[in-house]
Design a protein around this ligand. Structure first.
Ligand code: ADP
Ligand code: MG
Length: 697
């Protein structure tokens, strides 16, 4: 072990203050080396540049105060919570301090101690007219010591590693670290006005000011986005350079038969996407295409035709869906439509492979070509699955599969199959670059004709009874209904705000208004077998009213469901609400979506009102971005964007465009990468596996 040499790849145990136990805790959050630690960027900052006088505290605000401790007491509540109280006094006033459930502090806290405290100011019920501070953090100070003021990093932590540990260890690391060499080409740094990497690294952890922090963040985010874009461009270029793709023949009789078998004519958008796909498939370059379109816009119909095309060329096609329910649904539709034309459709999901016998026969039918089109879930990428002549891979992803999973499927072919990805997430075009920068993009913008728009209304809780009477009327007419709640179990503070869980809503409805109706409950904590069973019952019409969290799949198709009620609608992003709403209105009947919200916030209400007037997913996504700010764009929905350490594709949209532009210019000349060893090294670390597998494929 040597202390004078410093390598970013050194194990974290070489850092002062990190013994085996802390190293093990760090490993849990993915930190093994100096570099990992260094790029464990703060998840936020504490701005402690001002001290508050105890006499000036304001209820509801977070404050920092210094004073001396007295009157330390502790008690246990009936619920078993330990509450420690103490008084903190400065030269003029007192405030009560409160700690919950930290009994061990009784050993540390001593009357007369000087304390620097940060916490939230509240009214105090127990101590007359004093205010109270619920303590978030505190430091014990020496009598002649002043508190350290400044902007401090807050790190995502684990186990009992506290912020003090992270801050001290990070300062240690930075003080030992020699100047960090540049990775980006000099021209890029100059053109995009970036600060030096070394300065950015140091500033991001200990920023002297907000402005400098922003510059540091911008630099590091740019690096991250630039690297991804270079990687994606490299992948794209490699696939283009390969000559291994299949050259499909022009459309023949089977394709005409399939087009004729559709119970509808393709829309203009579908037509043009199909012709883009057709020409990709007929070229000898492997197709890499994304179809982007709202739920119900007809993506699957187009993908089905592409699959027929590959079968017409003597190949197999495969369609991978994110869940068992969706796979089964696709399977049923495809079978009904294509079996009459002589195509053999197979289904491969976890359920199918559960018994050995079933699994073996299905695997065999796939490998000897008895199935022309195989539809399935993740089960398709299992080791044992072999295809006969895989010509086209379609993934219906709703953002669930990563690049690597797509790649595994592709490798199951002796040549490079064509690839089609479908997504319903309405992300603006520039954003698709980070996720799908290696793909060409087709869009289906208009829904098929004849769709009745879903009548959407925003209601207050006072109308609750009326809303559910309306739902009852729909059920009486033979229809089915969804009720969506934001949470399985609200937190204490959410409960105070009146947020109710899916379970509570279910209890109330199924015992009250809907006592005579078959109701079902569906949420993420249920076992997947149970979930499937409920969903299946709903599909079959045995369950008429389904109360659930957002786990109901985006693509689930129950045409008989005509109404959806969304409780606490303000807690969802518009994009999510839009996708949820897309689950009704799939039949020929009028459909309704009722958004219940008691939000007191004007912006929140205005936002929800937009849902009443538009059904354009892209527009809603943009409104969301405008009104809610980027971070909350998708609410809790899984968006499948790459795991970024510092960049935020929503907030950094402009930066993303710049990084893309810079990467395109840089990658357009092969010599650039050859010259910049540091960058090419980084790229091969980040995307190396992908390149290796691609070369072996
Ligand atoms: P997506 O995959 O985009 O969610 P689907 O392909 O599943 O959309 O289509 C949704 C529904 O619309 C299906 O019931 C499908 O049969 C129907 N559909 C698709 N294309 C058309 C069309 N051109 N005209 C009428 N109905 C269509
Ligand atoms: Mg679909």
């Amino acid at each position: 072990m040597s202390f004078n040499k410093f390598e970013l790849t050194d194990e974290i145990t070489y850092l002062k203050g990190v013994g085996p136990r802390r190293a093990a805790a760090l490993q849990k959050i993915g930190i093994e080396t100096f570099y990992d630690f260094l790029t464990h960027y703060p998840r936020g900052y504490e701005d402690e540049r001002t001290l508050n006088a105890i006499g000036d505290l304001i209820v509801g605000e977070v404050a920092s105060v210094v004073g001396h401790l007295s009157n330390i007491t502790s008690r246990d509540t009936r619920k078993g919570i330990t509450v420690i109280n103490a008084l903190l006094g400065d030269d003029f006033d007192y405030v009560q301090l409160t700690w919950f459930n930290q009994k061990y502090l009784l050993k540390t806290l001593k009357n007369g101690m000087k304390l620097f405290v940060k916490g939230k100011v509240a009214e105090s019920y127990s101590s007359g007219n004093l205010l109270s501070i619920q303590v978030y953090s505190y430091d014990v100070l020496d009598e002649d010591e002043d508190p350290q003021l400044g902007i401090f990093p807050i790190y995502a932590s684990t186990g009992n590693l506290n912020q003090k540990f992270f801050r001290t260890a990070m300062r240690n690391l930075l003080s030992r670290m020699p100047a960090m060499p540049e990775v980006l080409p000099t021209e890029v740094i100059a053109q995009y006005d970036l600060i030096a990497l070394d300065a950015a690294m140091r500033t991001i952890h200990f920023p002297p000011s907000r402005a400098e922090l922003e510059w540091a963040r911008r630099r590091l985010a740019f690096d991250e986005l630039f690297l991804i874009q270079c990687g994606l461009l490299m992948i794209k270029k490699q696939t283009q350079d390969e000559q291994l793709g299949i050259k499909h023949k022009p459309n023949g009789e089977l394709m005409s038969a399939a087009l004729g078998a559709l119970p509808f004519a393709l829309t203009d958008d579908q037509q043009s996407v199909l012709s883009e796909i057709t020409s990709d498939m007929e070229s000898d370059r492997p197709m890499r295409r994304l179809i982007q379109g709202d739920v119900g816009s007809g993506k699957t119909a187009v993908a089905m035709l592409a699959l027929v095309k590959t079968v017409e060329n003597g190949c197999q096609g495969v369609l991978m869906a994110p869940t068992e329910i969706l796979a089964t649904q696709h399977y049923e539709k495809f079978s009904a439509m294509l079996e009459p034309l002589g195509l053999r459709i197979g289904l491969l999901t976890a359920k199918v492979t559960r018994t050995k016998k079933n699994r073996e026969t299905t695997y065999e039918k796939i490998s000897n070509g008895e199935f022309d089109i195989v539809i399935g879930t993740h089960a398709l990428i299992e080791e044992g699955v072999r295809f006969k002549r895989l010509g086209l891979v379609v993934t219906d992803e709703q953002h669930r599969f990563g690049v690597t999973q797509r790649a595994v499927l592709e490798q199951k072919s002796e040549f490079r199959p064509d690839m089609l990805v479908m997504t319903a997430t309405p992300i603006p075009r520039t954003m698709t670059l980070t996720v799908y920068g290696d793909l060409d993009v087709s869009q289906i913008k208009k829904l098929p004709p004849g769709r009745k728009p879903i009548t959407t209304t925003v209601k207050r809780t006072v109308s609750w009874r009326k809303v559910y009477e309306f739902v009852m009327d729909e059920l009486d007419r033979g229809r089915q209904a969804y009720v969506v709640c934001p949470l399985i179990e609200p937190s204490e503070s959410e409960r105070l705000e009146g947020v109710r869980s899916a379970e509570e809503v279910f209890d109330e409805l199924s015992r009250g208004i809907f006592a005579t109706v078959d109701c079902g409950l569906l949420h993420g904590r249920m076992k997947s077998g149970e979930k499937d069973e409920i969903m299946e019952k709903f599909r079959a019409g045995e369950v008429r009213l389904l109360v659930s969290t957002t786990v109901i799949e985006v693509g689930v198709d129950v045409p008989n469901a005509s109404v959806m009620v969304i409780e606490h609608a303000d807690r969802f992003g518009l994009a999510t609400l839009h996708q949820l709403r897309g689950r009704v209105g799939r039949g020929s009947d009028a459909a309704y979506c009722i958004l219940i919200s008691d939000t007191k916030n004007d912006v929140g209400l205005e936002r929800l009102k937009i849902m009443e007037t538009t059904s354009d997913g892209f527009r809603l996504a943009e409104e969301d971005l405008k009104l809610r700010g980027p971070g909350q764009f998708f609410g809790e929905a899984q968006h499948g964007l790459p795991d970024l350490k510092i960049a935020d594709v929503f907030r950094d949209l402009g930066l993303l465009t710049e990084a893309r532009e810079a990467a395109e210019k840089f990658m357009s000349d092969e010599k650039n990468l050859a010259r910049n060893t540091r960058l090419s090294q980084k790229l091969s670390i980040a995307y190396g596996n992908k390149f290796v597998t691609m070369q072996n494929a």
